[in-house]
Design a protein around this ligand. Structure first.
Ligand SMILES: [Zn+2]
Ligand SMILES: [Zn+2]
Length: 1023
């Protein structure tokens, strides 16, 4: 069926272009993926039903460190050396195989979610086409002078042995950890016995120290403590200096600038000839530490910047796995991350008399988001795309896109304003081979833009490479000649940032390189949707950057971002916390239709509290309600042998039928509008409200029409109405809940009409028929429902059972128009509220005078002392003033009497209560029911109660709905009178051929109960 679905609109000349953000094919899909994938499916299905041609292409993200890390785990590799020993070729093949494995699993899972895509035509970001299209992009960047090799200090994972780009860290890298920090002394060369006091949380960087920075305008103190004289900022002195001390002098930071000091590791070969000086830096703060900052340009980003400004020596202590290089004496060969190394550094400081004290320090510190290792900062050569020129162009493109929620635009622009240059290189193995050829002789570099160009430029190794994917190690066999100096040059060993892989897909998957006409047909995408936290800096960013460079056009027109999946209580889901829900478990236990509905009804701007509790609520409130309505229809249609063929011409629709059909077409209009506007939440709210009204108003109020035995025109109209409603619902629901919709459709449509489309998913989207929308009728019925709900509340106040009829219903409405509407639909209201007569209260002045004024004492009791004042004020009013109050009450305006605000409704009705009335009010509508029950009314109530009990007995006995029965009763009081008086009513309602006063015969289904103080025995048996 998927095949037929994706071919449905092949002949259409209307296109709708969706581009899938590739899912990382590295693990099974989780429930957090299911949210975005549900959206993707929803809108593709909607546009399919609208008859638009689509591509239905799913994407898998297939290259990058995340996959390498998992394959390393499978083998128990601890470092890059293990990969080299194992063989890069075998390692890369295993990465590719892992991707294939999980792509297959994710495909199965997605199909289970009801996600219908052209699965055989999925794209993979490790494909040759994807990689070579990125080459073309990089070449364009190079031609415009954006690509450069940067010498910079970057965050670095010593386990993965690669740098991380800025956005990888900002997004998800920080964790709270405790480090052993150290306060130590830098002895001043010109002032024997005196030292700067400095503080660091990363002692491993001390062998890289070249300078100490002070803030020129901060005040510093010269402090004597024991045999030491220490310099420390005034603001930091209190926390930094432990124990008794004496302040000798104070000075500005600028007074310390230029002083020389002995470094903490001057004995190491790397420090040979190094002169340490005090420099001025405006970024120094004394909020923590000592107000004097240790500067190691090889170990910190800002330190590196300072080294350029002050011409400081740069000492880079570590190799790519965080091991001290040669020249670091006893530290050489040791890991900067180990506790033993740290202790060795502390011991060395103590031996040299430089240690002041250590202190455990809790702070947020960056970690590798892939493997969890603490990052270090390291001086490296990396490749960058300069953003100086691009930043504004990308922002212009970004503004042409519709961002949902709206704040997405501001977030993206904010990122574009603040981001650094894009670091595109990674020192890893499995990823895009960066096509950069950097000449070691003359220092120029080339970027190769395609496989064709590479072949042309190759001077050796092409045969070895030919037939392989453009990955390491094969691609590296190919060498080119430097265009400037003829040197044979190798590719740089780096692979690319994985967001290049995903950012290029609006080009690579639309055949940009080989068929521009095809590309133009599908570019830009009408729509993309992804979880937005992170994507502003990742996918959205790379899409925007690459498309700005290549075409200076938006790659998509609308983006819908959604927040994160949390557990029921709003906590993050974690395997370790035991609150994670696996996709399969969720699918088994709540069903995928319910899961999808949970996602659709959520406001995408906020995290969803996902779990079985919310799923049960939705199942009960919406799915069961719909299912019961559907089952009700199917049951009665089959009893009556009704088929859609029974509808001949225009059925004799009742007011209620016309109303629900009007609501149905309004629903179609509203859902269509909401989906066209990418607003799933609003669409689901409309559907939920309709299903509630359908069940609790239309079906409940029509029950009797289906129930009655003769198939008259009224009954046929009810069938036609409910049938049309359910069939339309099955189509409206098809993009939301594909399985439920299909089941309804197959049974309602296909079982009668084999010429109809084979599946609901091959039907067209229902059209709202404006001629069937009767807004006035919708509004009027809404009013009746509102008055009925107030009436039920009033009855509940008086503790009147639903089945007890009452004599009168008084209703006061704000407008005459509403009064007329209510009069017109009075039969529905009276039946609904089980009331004999409706009285519209119009002359509010009289109403107030007659009912409230004599009962002011009561009003006072009810509202307490304050209202006694109100009561007094009312009593002393002239008739004119009282009329004014009454008019305000009638218009439901806030009434102020004696300076107090009074609820107009309460005021109006309070007088009635003691005299056998109960009331409820809201928004200017007041409803009062009479509570006096005459003997006749009581008997009628009893008859209804007995009917209800007989119906329950029928159910308990397991009779079919259409079974005829014999009913027996026995009891005291006026039971016999009641049963005689209401004999016909009881027989009709319960399908009893006979109702007889007798003890239950053997074998009958019987019950004895106390009903309103009377012992009554009832029994039923099949006739
Ligand atoms: Zn790592
Ligand atoms: Zn050269």
């Amino acid at each position: 069926m998927i095949e037929k679905y994706i071919r449905k609109n092949d002949a259409s000349d209307r296109r709708w272009s969706f581009i899938d953000g590739p899912i990382t094919a590295n693990n099974p899909m989780g429930v957090h993926h299911a949210w975005g994938r549900s959206y993707k499916d929803l809108w593709q299905r909607f546009h399919t039903m609208l008859g638009e041609k689509q591509r239905y292409q799913n994407g898998f993200d297939c290259q990058g460190l995340w996959i390498e890390v998992e394959v390393e785990k499978e083998h128990g590799f601890a470092s890059k050396k293990d990969i080299l020993d194992y063989g890069v070729d075998k390692f890369v093949e295993e990465c590719k195989a892992r991707v294939q494995r999980f792509a297959a699993i994710q495909t199965e899972q997605s199909i289970r979610l009801g996600y219908w895509m052209d699965w055989d035509n999925s794209y993979y970001t490790n494909s040759d086409e994807n990689n070579y299209t990125i080459w073309g992009f990089l070449k364009t960047c190079h031609e415009r002078g954006y690509v450069y090799k940067g010498h910079d200090v970057m965050p670095w994972c010593p386990r993965c042995a690669t740098g991380l780009s800025e956005h990888e860290i900002v997004t998800e890298g920080y964790q709270e950890v405790t480090h052993e920090s150290v306060y130590l002394k830098f002895p001043l060369v010109e002032r024997p016995g005196e030292s700067l006091l400095v503080w660091t949380t990363t002692p491993w960087t001390l062998p890289g120290n070249v300078a100490a920075a002070v803030h020129p305008d901060l005040t510093y103190l010269k402090v004597k403590q024991g045999g030491d004289v220490l310099y420390v900022s005034e603001g930091a002195a209190k926390t930094a200096i432990n124990g008794e001390h004496e302040v000798l002098a104070s000075m500005k930071g600028r007074d310390l600038v230029g002083l020389c000091y002995r470094g903490p590791f001057d004995e190491l070969p790397v420090a040979d000839g190094l002169e340490h000086t005090v420099i001025a830096w405006d970024e120094v703060s004394d909020a923590e530490g000592t107000g004097i900052v240790h500067i190691a340009p090889g170990c910190g980003k800002e330190d590196f910047q300072l080294s350029k400004q002050f011409d400081l020596r740069v000492i880079a202590p570590t190799d790519d796995e965080g091991i001290y290089l040669d020249g670091f004496g006893p530290l050489t060969g040791k890991s900067v991350s180990s506790d033993a190394t740290r202790d060795e550094i502390f011991d060395s400081l103590s031996d040299k008399g430089l240690m002041y004290r250590t202190q455990r320090y809790l702070h947020r510190y960056p970690h590798c988001w892939r493997c969890g290792t603490e990052l270090i900062f390291r001086l490296v050569d990396e490749w960058f795309i300069s953003m100086d020129e691009l930043r504004h162009q990308i922002a212009d493109v970004t503004r042409q896109i519709r961002w949902i929620p709206e704040f997405g635009l501001a977030r993206e622009l904010d990122w574009l304003r603040n981001m650094d240059d894009w670091m595109i290189s990674k020192k890893r193995y499995y990823g895009l081979a960066l096509p950069i050829y950097d000449c070691p002789e003359c220092g120029t570099f080339d970027v190769i833009g395609s496989e064709v160009e590479l072949k042309e430029r190759a001077v050796e190794g092409w045969d070895q490479f030919d037939g392989h994917s453009p990955h390491k190690p094969w691609i590296d066999a190919v060498k080119v000649k430097c265009l400037k100096c003829d040197t044979v040059v190798s590719r740089i060993p780096d692979v690319g940032n994985p967001w290049l892989d995903a950012g290029i897909v609006p080009y690579s998957t639309l055949n940009y390189r080989h068929d521009r006409a095809y590309w133009e047909q599908w570019f830009p995408a009408h729509f993309i949707t992804e979880a937005f936290p992170g994507q502003f800096r990742n996918w959205f960013y790379s899409l925007l950057t690459m498309s700005t460079v290549l075409e200076n056009r938006p790659p998509f027109l609308t983006v819908l971002g959604h927040a994160m999946v949390r557990d029921e209580r709003g906590e993050e889901m974690h395997k370790s916390k035991g609150n994670a829900i696996w996709f399969e478990d969720a699918a088994d236990n709540m069903g995928v239709d319910v899961m999808r509905w949970l996602f659709f009804r959520q406001n995408p701007a906020y995290n969803i509290n996902f779990g079985y509790g919310p799923a049960d609520e939705v199942r009960r409130a919406m799915f069961l309600t719909l299912w019961n309505t559907y089952a009700f229809f199917v049951t009665y249609a089959s009893i009556d042998g009704w088929t859609p063929g029974s509808i001949k011409g225009e059925p004799a629709y009742s007011e209620l039928d016309r109303w629900v059909l009007s609501e149905l077409h309004l629903l179609v209009r509203n859902v269509t509008g909401a989906l066209a506007d990418f607003d799933a939440m609003t669409a689901t709210k409309h559907v939920e409200a309709f299903i509630e009204d359908l069940s609790n108003w239309y079906v409940r109020r029509s029950r009797r029409r289906f129930w009655k035995s003769e198939s008259d025109t009224d009954k046929l109209a009810a069938y036609a109405t409910l049938y049309e409603t359910l069939v339309t619902l099955s189509k409206l629901l098809a993009p939301f809940t594909p399985f439920l919709a299909e089941e309804m459709y197959q049974n309602l449509v296909r079982s009668f009409d084999t010429a109809a489309p084979e599946s609901v998913h091959l039907t067209d989207w229902p059209a709202a028929d404006g001629s069937r929308i009767d807004q006035a009728l919708s509004d009027e019925t809404r009013l009746v429902m509102r008055v009925a709900s107030l009436g039920r509340a009033a009855r509940a106040k008086a503790q009147l059972k639903v089945r007890q009829p009452v004599a009168e219903l008084f209703v006061k409405l704000p407008t005459e128009m509403e009064e007329h509407a209510l009069q017109r639909l009075a039969p529905q209201l009276l039946e609904e509220l089980n009331v004999k007569e409706l009285r519209i209260v119009r002359d509010e002045t009289d109403f107030l005078r007659f009912d409230v004024k004599p009962n002011l004492k009561l009003l006072g009791q009810k509202y307490g002392r304050d209202v006694q004042e109100i009561a007094k004020a009312l009593q002393s009013m002239s008739d004119e003033e009282l009329s004014a109050v009454a008019r305000a009450v009638a218009a439901a305006q806030i009434v102020k009497i004696a300076g107090k605000e009074v609820d107009p409704g309460e005021l109006l009705v309070s007088g009635r209560e003691k005299e056998g009335f109960a009331s409820a009010s809201d928004d200017g509508a007041v409803v009062i029911v009479s509570t006096e029950i005459t003997p006749e009314l009581r008997q009628e109530g009893l008859a209804r109660e007995i009917v209800h009990r007989i119906q329950n007995l029928r159910k308990d006995a397991g009779f079919e709905i259409a079974d005829r029965i014999r009913t027996y009763y026995a009891g005291d009081g006026d039971l016999r009178d009641v049963m005689r008086r209401f004999d016909e009513y009881v027989r009709q309602e319960t399908l009893s051929v006979e109702v007889k006063e007798a003890q239950p015969p053997a074998g009958a289904h019987a019950e004895t109960a106390n009903v309103d103080g009377t012992e009554i025995t009832l029994a039923v048996e099949k006739a």
